[in-house]
Structures are given as structure tokens and as C-alpha cells.
Design a protein around this ligand. Sequence first.
Ligand code: ADP
Length: 485
Amino acid sequence: MKILLVSSEIYPFAKTGGLADVCGALPKAINQLGHDVRLIMPLYKSINREKYGLKAKVRDLPVRIGEQQYYADIYEARLPGSLVPVYFVEHELFFGNRDGLYQENGQDYPDNCKRFSFFNKAVLEFTKNIEWRFDILHANDWQAALAIAYLKLLCVDDHFFRTAAAVYSIHNMGYMGLFPKDKLLETGLDWEQFTFDKLEFWDQLALSKGGIVYADVINTVSEQYAKEIQTPEYGCGLEGLLRSRSKDVYGILNGLDYAVWDPAKDAKIARRYNENTLSLKVHNKLALQSLCDIPMNADIPLIGMVSRLDRQKGFDILAEIISQIMAMNVNFVLLGTGDPEYHRLFQDLKKKYPEKIGLNLGFDAALAQVIYAGADMFLMPSKYEPCGLGQLISFKYGTVPIVRKTGGLADTVKDYNLNTGEGDGFVFEEYSSAALLLAIRRALSLSQDQGRWQMLMKKIMKYNYSWENSAKKYIALYKKARTKT
Ligand code: ADP
């Protein structure tokens, strides 16, 4: 099969979250199954052209959106560690002239609708230009949803795209690509699209609906989340639409790229280790404490967190009990960036507990690895979590996850049972600070029993969440999509 995967971020070129991890790893596994998969993303200013060996592929590609005529340059490189081609859509005004992907200083770029309309239109023009006839257009999240709408609405009479099927992957329902309705003009689509069963959402434009309405099949990143998004609690107002398509909605759990995430090979951590050399892990804790300016102490349990600072991730319930946590014999290390309200909260806490809290309010891929390796426990008290990668990475690093039972966390972490030793972390269900606190207390208590704790670490380190299984499921999904065209 020929598969074109469209995404606004792909690891290692550009990343703000799990979307990039998925789009940088899944294609390698699909390629290994013998398929011709190619990727396409915007060429942001932050992407290092020399490091990744970008070469010009097409110059001045005409991209027409409604009455507007634009031109794109397309570059090509390979996905590191593979032969998978990656195409980059360049446009100085839309991508080349700014530092962020979607926003700066917490403010979304005002022309995001235009930027991603252009990107998606360029995707289709480009494949036609190089005469690469894909069987599957696999678009990810709202930034790529218009590629599907364009394919199904504007290319229906185009012989070139006759056999193409479309798959839309939802990585997070909370991000719908909402814009004021007059921005519809910037998409080049007709006003006829502005109805509740198409792209309208409470008198606004929702680009994600372009994917949900027009894709042949829809999937999200865990089985549990595929069910949840069809309910009012998690559907963000689109549950009705998703229910109306429920026969076409699937869930496929994300995998992990163990070439990136493996404490036995990780070049960023102080001491490499595996399940047979577990005693070395403590050196990573000491290194992390030292890096965070907190006293080095091998015996004090360390809870790590690497996360977007967003309400979704459970920071409101954590804030309610953080003082109680700090009253215990524990260290807390947080790496994250996002909502300024949480930036202030944790800055204040760091001042209050300088010897217990490690804080970095930025995005730092290397430090993330150091935290996964150095922490004893990894915290994910999410309000909702489509899949979650943190808990899977933690497993590999022998770092015991403490999670809320939701979405992909519910599918991957079972609560530890003190009597039987079954389970793989500490799970709480009710979204409340009391339930979270209890889970943390239980984890801390077990960590005092080193015999059992080590057994738990050893067990979770052996789990295999590699992409191979999930890639096979994607292939089956693509085949299903092809039967619909
Ligand atoms: P989401 O996609 O909702 O942000 P996931 O758990 O699916 O959450 O994926 C998050 C990914 O981003 C993980 O690889 C995590 O380690 C990484 N990450 C999140 N915040 C940061 C940060 N501030 N610095 C480095 N990596 C981060």
C-alpha cells in the first residue's frame, strides 16, 4: 500500500507532544511491514535543515485556495533511522518566519486557519505534482483534517485521486481547530459546509470536523478513548457526530519507539541500566537531584512528571494536595510548559520547598529522559488521556506510574494488588485530590518494601509496547478504509 501520513509535527523534526512521537515512530513500523509510507509536514523555522539533510524537491508549487494563489517549496529528507521519505512544505510567511509551531507566549497565531489550509492544500497539489498516487491519506488531528475535506470535496472528479481512501486519527478531542466562522473563506470551502453536520460548531468553524465527517474511517489512540469520545463527558460536544459514525470509529493503542526510549541505550542519562542491573538506576536519581539543586539522597522517593501544563493533565487536583505531598518524605520533579497559571503556581512552590522540588518550565527532550530514568514514580493524574506515552516510557525505565483510570491510562496500567502482586502501577478512578493523594500514599508505602518494589520494577521493564503490533492494526484499518471508497 502507498500511504501518505500528514501531520503538523513529527519527531525528531518538530514536537510539542505525543502526536510527534506517534508520527515519527509508526511509519517506521509500517515500512518494516513492507509498505510504501511517506510523511509530510510544514517546514518550521526551528527545523535544522543541515542536520537532517533536507534537499529541495519541488520549487514554486502552485497552491490555490479559493481566489488566492500561493506557492510552496517542497523539501525532502529521510526519517532518521529509516528510509521513509519525509516531505516538508515551505512557505516563508506561514512557517519560515516564526519561532513556534502554533503559538508564541501562550497566544495562538491569528492566521493558523490560513496556515493549515495552505499546508493541507499543498499536500494534495504536491502528490499530484510528483505523480505519487497514494492509496491512503492518513491525516492526524485538526491541523491535517482539511486534507481529507479537500480530497473528498474538491478532488472527487479528479481521476488522479480516484482510488484514495482517507483515515483520520484523533490524538486529542480537546483540540478541534476552532476559528471564527468568517475564517471559512480562508479554507476555500463553500458556505454550504457551514452546517452542524459538516464543519460548523456552535456558530464557529471546527476544522477537526473536516476529518470526522469526511474520512472513510476514524480512529483514536486507545480502545478506551474510542469509547469515551462517544460520550458527553469526553466528546467535547462532538459525541453525537461520533456516535452517528460509530461503526467507523476504532481505537488503536500507540506504541513506543524503543530506539529512542531505552535506559539500556539512552545516551542522555547518567548511568545506563536494564532489568538485570536495576541497582544502577539510583545513580540517575542522584544525578537528577543534583541537576535540580535538591540534596542528593538515594533513600528519598522521587516522583517525576513530564507534561504539558494543561488542565487536562490533572494539575488542578494536584495543586489542592501538593502541600500535603510536600509534608511527606518525598521529592517532586516537574518538567513542563504551558498555562501561565501553572507556571506561577509551581514557581511559588519551588520557592517554598527549594530542597524538595525540582522545576523546569520549558521543553527539554533530554531532561525528560533524565527524569524518566531518575524518578522512582511517574505521575499522570489526567482528567482525560487519549493514550498517554509517559506511562509507557516509565514502564521501560522501571519507574512506577501513578495514574488516573481514563483513556489509554486505563488500558495500560492496572492497579497494584498488595496481596497478589498483580498490577503495574497505582491507579485511582475518581477525579479528585483525595483519590489522587491516596494513590500517592499507597505508592510511597510500597516503595518502603524494597523487595516488592524491585519485583514490580523488573516486571514493568519487560513490557513490550513496541509499534509492531499497533502498526499491523493500522494496516488492517487502512484496508478497511479502502473497502469504503
Ligand atoms: P500529550 O500528547 O497529551 O502531550 P503524551 O503522554 O501522549 O501527552 O505525550 C507527551 C510526550 O511529550 C512524551 O514523550 C513526553 O515525554 C513529552 N513531553 C511533554 N512535555 C515535555 C517537556 N516539557 N519537555 C520534554 N518532553 C515533554
